[in-house]
Design a protein around this ligand. Structure first.
Ligand code: ZN
Length: 335
């Protein structure tokens, strides 16, 4: 009992502290390991293991799981079984099971497989778009309009992901005006949410802050999400910069799976349990059961057969709050 009171005190202190810094009290995490993570792994998991992984993730309290990508198997063989994965998983109510699709064909396959939310993805740089989806940006926008039409006609959610917003490995700096112009086009098509991706981990915290401030000024009230990568170690620092300007939607990958295809051994996506650990320690709720999330990371590591970049899996939970979840987020804080 005494312990419980102490933990409540700690949680309340942190909640107040988070509010003092005007940080969001609740963060919505989209788990992208089964898609962004696995598609960058050399080892292709059998469909049954992918299903096992997603089913385990469904029991951690996640808000959304990006379960697959409906791209041509010639380009991404890791995702050839996307439809079978969707058919095989056990869907829990309250979780959004999403997938990405670069073109109309992929969107149709995604809808047939029963995907809740289809994300079109295109790059903010011409060279990256060509290398990633083998189209010009103009062609991708045409596809996006068709995807939007199909997805909305089917009564599902149409979302959009913009890659290399914070820097392109081929073109370097990406003009932010272009990002805003592309976002505007996608919002006109009815995108429910725009995700801004630091696809190759080139962002720094001041840039992240600036990009999201300008985005929110230009599109007030629009749901915007940050997709950070950690290829150069700035992933969590960039998340903090986004939190400080009110962003409460983030992508992360279980165990940090995925790596960086251009730098063997380097981390790729920000690791889910590292992010959740940091948020919980700061008094920010996620609805996620952290110990369970770590168990799933261990499962992913055993399936992939190599050490994953996750730090929390190696170092353990700090232990200030037993399950890592701050309990008193609903307490009103007057400042
Ligand atoms: Zn990514």
């Amino acid at each position: 009992m005494q312990n419980a009171t102490r933990h409540e005190d700690i949680a309340m202190t942190r909640t107040k502290l988070a509010a003092t810094y005007h940080l969001p009290s609740r963060v919505y995490l989209r788990e992208v390991g089964p898609r962004d993570g696995l598609q960058n792994e050399d080892h292709i998991l059998p469909t049954s293991q992918k299903i096992q992984l997603i089913d385990a993730l469904s029991h951690t309290g996640l808000h959304e799981i990006e379960a697959a990508s409906f791209v041509h198997p010639k380009f991404v063989p890791q995702m050839a079984d996307a439809a079978d994965v969707f058919t095989g998983i056990q869907r829990l109510p309250g979780i959004i099971y999403s997938a990405i699709a670069p073109n109309r064909m992929g969107a149709r396959r995604a809808l047939d497989a029963g995907v809740d939310a289809v994300q079109v993805f295109l790059s903010a740089s011409e060279a990256h778009n060509r290398s990633n989806v083998h189209m010009s940006i103009a062609e991708s926008l045409n596809q996006a309009a068709e995807i939007a039409h199909e997805v909305q006609a089917a009564g599902r959610t149409f979302d959009a992901v913009l890659s290399v917003v914070f820097g392109c490995p081929f073109e370097g700096d990406v003009p932010f005006e272009r990002v805003l112009a592309l976002s505007e086009r996608l919002l006109t098509m009815g995108a429910a949410q725009i995700t801004l991706g630091d696809t190759t981990g080139m962002a720094h915290p001041l840039q992240v802050r600036e990009v999201f401030v300008h985005f929110q000024r230009r599109f007030p009230g629009v749901s915007v999400r940050f997709h950070p990568h950690s290829a150069r170690g700035a992933g969590l620092a960039n998340v903090l910069a986004a939190l400080e300007v009110g962003i409460d939607r983030f992508d992360a990958s279980i165990g940090g799976i995925g790596g960086c295809p251009f730098a063997p051994g380097a981390p790729g996506n920000v690791c889910s349990e590292d992010l959740v650990h940091m948020l919980h320690e700061m008094g920010i709720a996620t609805g996620i059961n952290l110990p369970r999330l770590i168990e799933v990371a261990q499962l992913a590591q055993s399936f992939l057969g190599h050490e994953l970049p996750s730090q929390t899996m190696k170092s353990g939970i700090c232990g200030h709050i037993p399950d890592g979840e701050p309990h008193l987020m609903s307490v009103e804080v007057s400042l």
